[in-house]
Design a binder for this molecule. Structure first.
Ligand code: PEP
Ligand code: MG
Length: 309
């Protein structure tokens, strides 16, 4: 199978009967982009930008962020690169971003909610992203979205950043795709409404499982109750997939579920356009998908969702 995996490396992801399903990589630092490419990633489905903000006394400025985003473009030119805006919260305090203590940080000010409280920081990140988007196929993704107002706010912020760059005569792309993570039950349940406004969806199965099942994703004794492949989570994923397809927007997954071969088959069967995973997971998942027909994938999906046809 090593030989087969190597032979598939530079080919696009496909099912046995030819239906395409792109395999993208999750990265947490620009240096990992090379690893993504070496494993045959056709794009970056999740670039977590937290590394820029952690372990320092002041936030990164626009040029530093721009350089980090451009470095990924340089490794994967002409490939889609989904960059997620800052996703921290009360569980990971930053010295320059004091947050009041919260009884339940995972239900508190995190992801886009933190950006809404600190639009100054968000504008700097958006400006860096729009500047990078001039040089590559950058998609911008908002984490922890629960209401349509979160997305509308993000769209307004992007327009504001673009206007500021235009006024200053700085090269940028004003309208890269702006999409959302589907990682809260609210986003999954309202996916039909979100799909009319978002450019794309990406399922964050790690948090989606935590919030759907009401189990802390790192809980020391409830590990068996925290399952990203629980039928309840599959129902959520199914809702999002149908809504995306109805609206004609792309949908992928960037939670760890997408890197598990059995789950990947079922996700392909739900019609996802793209599976994004740790670079090292790509070869085995690509091989497995290449051995699976579209009908088999659809049957696997129906079993997971426990849909009565
Ligand atoms: C997720 O929640 O599935 C996800 C991809 O984001 P993170 O693991 O960074 O929370
Ligand atoms: Mg998440």
């Amino acid at each position: 199978t090593r030989r087969r995996q190597a032979a598939l490396r530079d080919l696009p992801g496909r099912l046995r009967d030819g239906r395409s399903i792109a395999l993208w990589a999750n990265i947490g630092r620009p240096a990992e982009a090379r690893l993504a490419r070496d494993n045959g990633a056709e794009g970056i489905g999740l670039f977590r930008t937290e590394f820029l903000f952690l372990d320092r006394s002041a936030p990164p400025d626009e040029d530093e962020q721009f350089a980090a985003y451009r470095a990924v473009i340089t490794e994967l030119p002409n490939r889609p690169i989904v960059i997620r805006t800052l996703d921290v919260g009360g569980d990971k305090p930053l010295p320059y971003l004091p947050l009041p203590p919260e009884a339940n940080p995972f239900l508190g000010v995190r992801g886009v909610r933190l950006s809404m409280q600190r639009p100054d920081l968000f504008q700097v990140q958006l400006r860096a992203l729009l500047r990078a988007a001039f040089y590559g196929d950058i998609w911008i993704m908002l984490p922890m979205v629960t209401t349509l107002a979160d997305l509308v706010w993000g769209q307004e912020q992007m327009r504001e950043a673009a206007a500021a760059l235009a006024a200053a005569g700085i090269e940028h792309r004003a309208d890269p795709p702006l999409g959302i993570m589907i990682e809260t039950p609210a986003a999954a349940v309202l996916a039909d409404q979100f799909a009319r406004h978002a450019a794309f969806f990406s399922i964050g199965s790690n948090d989606l499982a935590q919030y759907t099942l009401a189990v802390d994703r790192g809980h020391p004794t409830l590990a068996t109750q925290y399952r990203a492949d629980d039928p309840a989570v599959w129902r959520m994923i199914d809702l999002a997939a149908r809504a995306a397809q109805q609206a004609g927007i792309p949908i992928g997954i960037c939670g760890e579920l997408g890197g598990e071969p059995d789950a990947a088959v079922a996700l392909a069967g739900l019609g996802l356009n793209e599976l994004s995973m740790a670079p090292a997971r790509i070869p085995v998942v690509k091989e497995r998908l290449a051995q699976t027909s579209w009908a088999e994938a659809q049957a696997a999906a129906a079993r997971m969702v426990q849909r009565v046809e």
